[in-house]
Design a protein around this ligand. Structure first.
Ligand code: 4AD
Ligand code: MG
Length: 466
């Protein structure tokens, strides 16, 4: 007989004459001639109540079942007289798979997120983390659904690359060289003795990708509408609650698409994802709305019901200057907006998502399309309450000569990116795309405030325990 999942049982219209459930004991309490076991199998937030009575052969052992123990239960399903649950299980057999000892760290009480991070291998067994990772899973599914339903092709861009797409120098190097004794270019020892990367695995320096965009563009210029969804890596040594060294990014890229349409897509995409979670993860979401962020429902409803504000960078600057609030970082034309500025706009001023666009070209990467004013580029960031930037995107520079001069100014090698330049040589067209930080999306939807708590095993500076 196949195992019944607890989520399926709890949502069943009819009681089943016989069930087989397997899971972990959350709590157990005893009455005179029977024991109530709250069983959870991770398929949903709710437990199912199992009633094991003293007619069971191994009732003495059942009465010792501790939190965290694993069991297999055969039984029958009945209307539950208890509050808040439709069904309960009357056990005809309880097989104890593993009895958890008393030092099981997740005894029934509230644990801090900081403590749970030290037991990342066990935290998915808690209500909150189980819910967060089910939502993360559903969001992944909804991302594919969004693009597949709109005719986008899913592209797997490489994880190991030779280029720094964002030009921020936050690269993890990948090497197969013996770092204790690397091959040298020059036989003579000394300060100028450089490592000989021609002897390395790829015969040159290689890195973990910071973005799949450059490769994604090549496919957009062949298949028109494409997206990537995969891990990216940044050796950003900023220990913030919004940055991880390994994070997932969704990067759609659309040919024959300008910045205005790019912004339309970004807004539509976020609205779709939030709506999907509200419809399909209601029970898990309710936990976050009650215990994690009291404003969560309002925040999410503002996202689904309103048009995002669109604000040119040149208007954002005076708005921030004259808002009367003291910021740690000064604002002026040419300054990159900091999280404090972004959060002020989305959280306090507009109280809803804002798309800021047309940023100064001096603070943006080489590939963004230069506007007619020659001062700004066709870039856009979507900023949301609690988080700040969730999406960064742009229209790409499709004019070969302009692109080449931007590469020169930004110090990007035209020789190494010869293949990227080819795409502007042959059949170049206007095209645009963006990158959505997947963990920041999970944070937005759940109200979780630390990126470490939305990744199964987070990688941040100094932390790679699991
Ligand atoms: O703004 P970014 O750097 O844009 C790009 O990488 C472009 N190539 C995207 C594109 O146009 N195809 O990063 C995109 C998003 C950010 O808005 C943010 O949500 C997320 O990726 N992000 C991070 N998330 C977690 N940890 C980090 N260290 C992140 N860095 C960026
Ligand atoms: Mg950005």
């Amino acid at each position: 007989m196949k195992r019944n999942r607890i989520n399926a049982l709890l949502s069943s219209e009819q009681p089943l004459p016989s069930v087989l459930i397997k899971g972990w004991v959350r709590t157990r309490r005893d009455a005179k001639t029977f024991s109530f076991i709250e069983l959870n199998d991770g398929s949903c937030l709710a437990n199912i109540q199992v009633i094991a009575d003293d007619q069971l052969d191994n009732y003495d052992s059942v009465k010792k079942l501790s939190t965290g123990s694993s069991v297999c239960v055969r039984g029958t399903m009945h209307d539950s007289p208890g509050k808040g649950q439709k069904w309960e299980i009357h056990a005809t057999e309880v097989i104890i798979i593993n009895m958890a000892p008393d030092d099981y760290p997740l005894q029934k009480k509230r644990h801090t997120d900081e403590f749970l991070r030290t037991i990342s291998h066990l935290r998915p067994r808690t209500n909150k983390y189980g819910a967060a990772f089910r939502i993360r899973s559903r969001l992944s599914y909804a991302i594919h659904q969004y693009f597949q339903e709109r005719g986008f092709t899913y592209i797997h861009t490489p994880i190991i690359t030779g280029s720094d797409c964002e030009g921020a120098g936050e690269l993890f190097q990948v090497t197969a060289l013996d770092l204790d004794n690397p091959p040298r270019k020059d036989e003579k020892p000394g300060k100028n003795q450089k490592i000989d990367y021609e002897a390395d695995f790829f015969a040159r320096q290689a890195y973990l990708t910071v973005s799949g965009q450059l490769e994604a563009e090549m496919f957009a210029l062949a298949l028109s509408d494409i997206y990537t969804f995969g891990p990216t890596f940044r050796a950003e040594n900023s220990n913030t609650s919004r940055h991880a060294a390994e994070f997932w990014m969704v990067e759609p890229e659309m040919a024959f698409c300008d910045l205005a349409e790019d912004m339309d897509y970004a807004q539509d995409f976020i609205k779709f994802l939030v709506t999907d979670i509200m419809e399909n993860c209601a029970q898990d979401l309710d936990l976050f709305a009650r215990f994690v962020d009291k404003n969560l429902t309002t925040t999410l409803e503002n996202i689904t019901s309103k048009e995002f504000i669109r604000l040119p960078y040149t208007e954002a600057i005076p708005l921030l200057k004259n808002c009367g609030k003291k910021f740690a970082y000064e604002v002026f034309f040419g300054a990159d907006l900091q999280t404090e500025h972004e959060r002020f706009l989305a959280e306090e001023h507009f109280k809803q998502p804002v798309i800021i666009y047309d940023y100064p070209k001096t603070i943006k990467p080489f590939y963004m399309r230069v506007n007619d004013d020659d001062k700004t580029v066709a870039a856009m960031d979507v900023i949301v309450p609690r988080i700040g930037e969730i999406i960064g995107g742009s229209q790409r520079e499709e004019r070969l000569d302009v692109l080449e001069s931007r590469m020169d100014v930004c110090g990007v090698s035209k020789k190494e990116l010869w293949w990227y330049l080819d795409s502007r040589r042959y059949g170049s067209v206007p095209h645009s795309g963006f990158g959505l930080g997947f963990e920041r999306l999970v944070m937005l939807v759940t109200g979780i405030t630390n990126i470490r708590d939305v990744i199964p095993f987070p990688r941040t500076p100094g932390a790679i325990e699991f």
